[in-house]
Structures are given as C-alpha cells and as structure tokens.
Design a protein around this ligand. Sequence first.
Ligand SMILES: Cc1cc2nc3c(=O)[nH]c(=O)nc-3n(C[C@H](O)[C@H](O)[C@H](O)COP(=O)(O)O)c2cc1C
Length: 349
Amino acid sequence: MTVERRKLEHIDIISTQDVSHDYNYWDDIDIIQKSMPEVNFDEINTSTKFLGKKLKLPILISSMTGGHPDTKKINENLARGAAEAGIAMGVGSERAAIQNREMGDSYSVVAEYDVPFRIANIGAPQLIKQDKNALSDLEIEYAVSLIKADALAVHFNFVQELSQPEGDRNSKGIKKRVGDLSKKYKIIAKETGAGFSTQDSLEFKQLGVSAIDVGGRSGTSFAAVESLRSRSKEDEPKERIGKTFWNWGIPSPICLICDDVELPMIASGGIRTGLDVFRGLAMGASLGGLASTFLKAAIQSDKAVSILISQLENELKAAMFLTGCSNLNDIKKVRKIYRGRLLEWTKQI
Ligand SMILES: Cc1cc2nc3c(=O)[nH]c(=O)nc-3n(C[C@H](O)[C@H](O)[C@H](O)COP(=O)(O)O)c2cc1C
C-alpha cells in the first residue's frame, strides 16, 4: 500500500461514511448571552495575530491532504478560500512528497496563493526509525520549504498507527527529535483526535514547541477510519483494534483546560460551526481548526469553500454580537456553562 493510495482512501471514507467519535463535547458548552449587547454587528472585529502573522478570522483549515495527483485540486480549492478570507491553512502529511518528489505540486500549489499562515506537516512516527529510516533534517527542510511554511505541525497519531494495516509502532526517541526541531522551526504539536494531556503539554513547552493544536475527541476518529480500511483489506485484528479504540481520547474542550500552559492553543477535533469556534476561543484557544467540514466543501469547489468560510464568520460574529464582544479578546470573558458528559470530565481532571 503506497502512502498516496492511503491518502485517497482516507478522503473517500471520511467524505462518505460516519467516522466521528460517538459524542460531540462542544455541544455541552452553553453560553450566557446579553440581551443588551452594546455592540454593532457590523463593527465587530474578528482579526487576530497567530505566531506573529495577521489573520482576518481566528480560523484554521486543519491539515488534511496532498500526496496524490487527485488531491492537488482539493488543496488548491482550500488555499484559494484561505487566501481570500485571510485565514490559516495546513497541508496533510508531506511524507508522500518526501518519498516521491513528483507528488510535490499537490502540496506546493498552496504556496501559489496568498494564504497568510501556512503550516507544513509531518508525522511524529516518521521522526524516528521504523522499518524505514527516520526523516532526515534535509527531508524536513524540504517539507517546510515546499509550501513556504510559517510553521511545521508535527502530528501525533499513535492510535491511528495501531489500527492501521501498515502502521508504525516505534516511539522511543520522539522527545529528543521534537526538541531538536523546535530549535529550528516554529513547531505546532498536533494531535489528530485523541487530544493532549497536561503532562504532554508541559513537556512540549519544555521542548520548545511554539503552539499546541489540541486535536481532541469529538470529531473525526482515525481509529474508526482505519478500522473501516482494515475491514476492506480483511485484516481482522486491526479492524478490531480500530473498533475498540474508536472513542479513545480526551474530549477537545477538556484539552483546552488541560493544555493551557501559556502557549497559543488551537481548538480542534469536532469543530463544525462558527459557534464551536467561539466556544473554543471562550475556553482559551487562539484559533479554531476544522478538517472534515472543510474537506466536504473542498471536494465540491473553491466556491463551496468560500461559502463555508463566510458561514463560519457569520456564526462567529453572531455569537460575539449576542454576548457583547466587539473583538476576540472580549470572548475570553464570556460566561460558559458546562453540562452533560463535559461537566463529568471537568469534575475529575
Ligand atoms: C481527510 C483527512 C486527512 C487528514 N490527514 C491528516 C494529516 O495528514 N496530518 C495531520 O496532522 N492531520 C490530518 N488529519 C486530521 C485533521 O487535521 C484533524 O486533526 C482531525 O480530522 C480532527 O478534525 P475534524 O474533527 O474537524 O475532522 C486529517 C483529517 C482528514 C479529514
């Protein structure tokens, strides 16, 4: 199974089947509104700075794809929308281009657009020796320069690796490598659905990473995705692991409580609306990141991506208006009520 083929299978499964975690914890956050907001909707300011770069909206198109010729159009649609709206964007794992440079343009197309913050992407498992050698410093530099990146996301996805027919299982030495890379690049430590604990985040801070993308449980479950892939390959043990760990992980909003170690945080995992972005910001995040929601739009067209971004903007502004927030700083002061399963978690962490 080539990396390129796997990328297409992910897109196919995620865009056509339900591979979400069984519960979306963002729905457990209610917000106390103001009936006399003293704000004019059209004067609301949603601009922000993230790691030194200006964005018009606190929104990130989370890392997804590249690595197969068919993914170029998806990245192009996303990049056009991101540039037009002034939001940040990541590309998917760049291992495919590192292994096969002919795949480079499915990622580098993003650099042809004026995206205000571009995020390169590599997997933590590829930073250490598996049955293949670890990525070299030169290969990583290639991944960063390929999209003229402002930061490099290192994604942690060990639940996925364990449920994947061809998954990597070595992890010893990962901390040293992340520490070394943090001396050279702005590193964003990124989970992909299982979330980071306080211990993880404190260690990332010590290692010198620049930001934390919490990637918690509430949205796309890669254990689920791999379980379905394993089923189609009649790999029963892996199918079963994916099923067993389908709902593994720390809920995304809980991560924002745990991971608050005075580094910028990105709220992600299950964010679907501008109201969810608002909820993430109210819990201390600097940006809200969405993946699968953007994927479905990008498969359609660049126009669908632009429409989605303006819907997210409208919803974010509506929540700001209804809580009397004229800028993003005001959102931190908004009162939140936790209920349901989220409340249960807050009592025990
Ligand atoms: C099709 C697809 C491919 C993905 N590939 C990557 C990847 O290569 N690298 C990465 O860091 N995250 C990857 N992700 C994970 C997302 O960036 C995100 O962390 C996760 O999907 C949770 O967000 P969501 O609930 O909004 O989908 C991918 C997600 C999707 C939907």
